[in-house]
Design a protein. Sequence first.
Length: 289
Amino acid sequence: MHPWEAALRAWVKGWRWRWRRWQVARRYGRAALLAAPRLFGNAQTKSGSHLLYQVLRGFTAIGPFVNPGLPPVNRDEANRKLPPSAVQRRLQALQPGDVAYGYLPGREPYLSWLSRPGWATVHIVRDPRDVAVSHAFYIADMQPHHEWHTYFNTVATDLESRLRIVIAGHREGSLVFEDLRSRYESYLAWLQQPGVLVVRFEDLRLRPRQALQQVLRFVRQRGNWPLSVPEDEALTRLQAAIRPRQSGTFRRGQPGAWREYFTPALKDLFKQVTGDLLLQLGYETSHDW
């Protein structure tokens, strides 16, 4: 995407955002819109960010919330990473009732910023084994612009080789793939941050009603905004917003699919690299899996 094209797209989306805010304020009243929290979904890559974002966008059907229609706060219109200063400007621009998402590590200023009054932040986690499998397929088959795509299709051409890279990390010239444990450690602080709700990808896929009730009640606690329908109907609308196949990164999204691909050698490698990560996240109760 040319810079001028990205700038034009951003300008158009900015006007659309303002128009949508005007429409919501007209429907619910400006006071109701200002009473709604900024609704933010956070995730680690391949952990269910698009699924979570669909849920949060569903709030526009049950209350005074606005979908700005913008890319992740840490990416520009051309899907390039933004520097921290630009990310902070994007966060500052969000207004009450806006729905947004991103891939922000668990460090300051993000931890304090996204958990303060006026924000309702939901962080999604996923079984690291499924994340590894999803990441390997995504790079090789679904993201031709990924920096490791060519390597995965010319050198690491079999799935086991790709999974070894995703799990243990790899360096090839100037390319560096961080190991899975290190990637998770960048986000672990979100799990203990007060004022942030942590949900599991698996719960949204397998037990959506219960998970959505937890999300709904959390968002209601974070702002004094009016629910336009009874809670049961609100949950139905939020569940209807979940449409995985409409995500451009969706492949299968089936919890536990790692069992189809992990050989005994990959299991041993995973345990060696990640240590007690599965126990820490609550996905296992021992190392014997």
